[in-house]
Design a protein around this ligand. Structure first.
Ligand code: S3P
Length: 436
C-alpha cells in the first residue's frame, strides 16, 4: 500500500498529454494478434491492465515488443492461429482484459484459465459465459462464476444471435471476438448503444461487419493482415485533469489528442451543461476515431440531473463527476447506475462513503446517488480505494480544492490505467505527494 496525499493548491495551468485510451489499447493488442504480419501501435497505454493483455497475447503466440520511439510492434498469429497458454492468464485488475480474452479463446479447442486480483475475482463473469456457452464453450469456476475460471473452448463453434441484456461493451465485444473464429454470421443486438471501439477496429482490420440499427453482424474466419494503429489519449483519464481545472480557481489547461468518440464523451457534455468552460480545438479523425485538444478553464459549476440514457457514454466518469458535483451549486442527481456496483469496486458505495468522510452532503440510491454541492469542502479524510484506480484519482482531485488534505490508502492501483498521474498533475500545479 502506498498512501498518497493531495493538498489545496492555487491555479492549475499548462499543456499536458494523458496516456493512451485503455479500451482501444486492449483491442489493438488483441487485433494485432489476430492479424498476420507486423502491426505497429502508436500511443498504446502502458498501464498494468494493458500490459496484462499484452502478456496474455504473448502466452498465446504473439510476438510483442516496444521500439525505440515508444511504438509497440505486434507480430500476429492470424485468426485460428492462437496456441493454448501453458499457464493461467493473469488479468490482474482488468475486467476488460479478462472478458474480451475469454470471448476470444472460447472458440478455440483450448483450455484457458483466467486469474486476477481480489477486485477482479469478485466481479461477475456470467454476463460473458452465458453468451459464450451458446457458441458451445464450457466454463469451470465457482458457483457464482467469478475468477478463477477455466474456459473449455470449442473447436467447431456455431454462430449465434445474441441480445445483450446489460449495457456492456465488454459483453458485446466478448461475443464479437468469439465470432472471429466462428464460421458464418454471428449477430449481437445491443438495446443500449455502448462504446464501439471493437466495431471500429474490426472495420480498420477489414473484418466483414455490418451494422444495422442496434444489430452488429460479423462474418467469421476472415484472413486479416497487419495494420498500423494510433491510440488517442483516454477521455476517461482526461476527465480527471478536466475536473481538477474546473474546480480549482484560476485554472487554465489544455489536454492534447483526446479521443472524442461520441460513445465516450458524456462526461464533457454533462460538465458543459453544469457551466464548465470546456472547448474542443483542432478536431480531427485518426484511424477511424475522432480526436481533439481540450481547453478547460476554472468555472463556477451548477448541479444538474444527469439523463439516465447518457450513462453508457460516461459510465467510468461518475466518480469524478461526484467531485465536480461536490463544489457545484445545488444538487447533482445521478441515477440508472446499477452497473457502478460491479466495477473495480462498488463505486456507488465507495464514493458515498468517501464523500461523507470528506464532509460532502450525499445521498445513496440503489442505482445512483445525489450530491449537494458546497463552496467549501472540509476534506481531511483517509479514503479507502478498494483496489479501484478511479476512486483513488477522484479523491486526489477533491484534495486540490478541500480545506484539509485528502489521503487515499493506496495510490499504486492508479498504475492500472493512468501511469504518471501524480507527476502529470503536479506539472500542472497540483500538490499530490506520498504519505510515507
Ligand atoms: C470497457 C467497457 C466498460 C467500462 C470499462 C471499459 C471496454 O465496461 O466500464 O472501463 O473497454 O469495453 P462494461 O462493459 O462493463 O460497461
Amino acid at each position: 500500500m502506498n498512501q498518497l496525499i493531495s493538498k489545496k493548491v492555487a491555479a492549475l495551468t499548462g499543456h499536458i498529454k494523458v496516456p493512451g485510451d485503455k479500451s482501444i489499447s486492449h483491442r489493438s493488442l488483441i487485433m494485432g494478434t489476430m492479424a498476420i504480419g507486423q502491426s505497429r501501435i502508436s500511443g498504446l497505454l502502458e498501464g498494468e491492465d494493458v500490459q496484462d493483455t499484452a502478456r496474455a497475447m504473448e502466452a498465446m503466440g504473439a510476438d510483442i515488443s516496444r521500439d525505440a520511439n515508444g511504438d509497440w510492434l505486434v507480430h500476429g498469429v492470424g485468426i485460428g492461429g492462437l496456441c493454448q497458454p501453458e499457464k493461467p492468464l493473469d488479468m490482474g485488475n482488468s475486467g476488460t482484459g479478462a472478458r474480451l480474452i475469454m470471448g476470444l479463446v472460447s472458440t478455440y479447442p483450448h483450455n484457458t484459465s483466467f486469474i486476477g486480483d481480489a477486485s477482479l475475482s469478485s466481479r461477475p463473469m456470467r454476463r460473458v459465459t452465458d453468451p459464450l456457452e451458446k457458441f458451445g464453450a464450457e466454463f469451470q469456476g465457482a458457483m457464482d462464476m467469478t475468477l478463477p475460471i477455466t474456459v473449455k473452448g470449442i473447436g467447431d463453434p456455431l454462430p449465434i444471435e445474441y441480445e445483450v441484456p446489460v449495457a456492456s461493451a465488454q459483453v458485446k465485444s466478448a461475443v464479437l471476438l468469439a465470432a472471429l473464429n466462428t464460421p458464418g454470421k454471428t449477430t449481437v443486438i445491443e438495446p443500449v448503444a455502448t462504446r464501439d471501439h471493437t466495431e471500429r477496429m474490426f472495420e480498420h482490420f477489414g473484418v466483414p461487419i455490418e451494422i444495422t440499427g442496434s444489430a452488429i453482424t460479423v462474418t467469421g474466419q476472415p484472413e486479416l493482415t497487419a495494420r498500423d494503429m494510433f491510440v488517442p489519449t483516454d477521455p476517461s483519464s482526461a476527465a480527471f485533469p478536466t475536473v481538477a481545472a474546473l474546480i480549482t480557481p484560476g485554472s487554465d489547461i489544455t489536454i492534447e489528442n483526446v479521443g472524442m468518440n461520441p460513445s465516450r464523451t458524456g462526461i464533457y457534455t454533462t460538465l458543459i451543461e453544469m457551466g464548465g468552460d470546456i472547448s474542443f480545438i483542432n478536431q480531427r479523425l485518426e484511424c477511424g476515431e475522432s480526436v481533439a485538444d481540450i481547453h478547460v478553464k476554472y468555472s463556477p459549476l451548477k448541479g444538474t440531473i444527469v439523463p439516465e440514457k447518457r450513462a453508457p457514454s460516461m459510465i467510468d466518469e461518475y466518480p469524478v463527476l461526484c467531485i465536480a458535483a461536490s463544489v457545484a451549486e445545488g444538487q447533482t442527481v445521478m441515477r440508472g447506475l446499477g452497473e457502478l456496483r460491479v466495477k473495480e469496486s462498488d463505486r456507488i458505495a465507495a464514493m458515498v462513503t468517501g464523500l461523507k468522510a470528506s464532509g460532502v452532503t450525499v445521498v445513496e440510491h440503489d442505482k445512483g446517488m445525489t450530491v449537494t454541492g458546497a463552496a467549501n469542502i472540509p476534506g481531511g479524510a483517509l479514503i479507502k480505494t478498494h483496489l479501484d484506480h478511479r476512486i483513488a484519482m477522484s479523491f486526489l482531485i477533491l484534495g486540490l480544492r478541500a480545506d484539509s488534505p485528502v489521503t487515499v490508502d493506496d495510490g499504486t492501483v492508479i498504475e492500472t490505467s493512468f501511469p504518471g498521474f501524480r507527476h502529470l498533475m503536479n506539472e500542472l500545479g497540483a500538490n499530490i505527494g506520498s504519505n510515507a
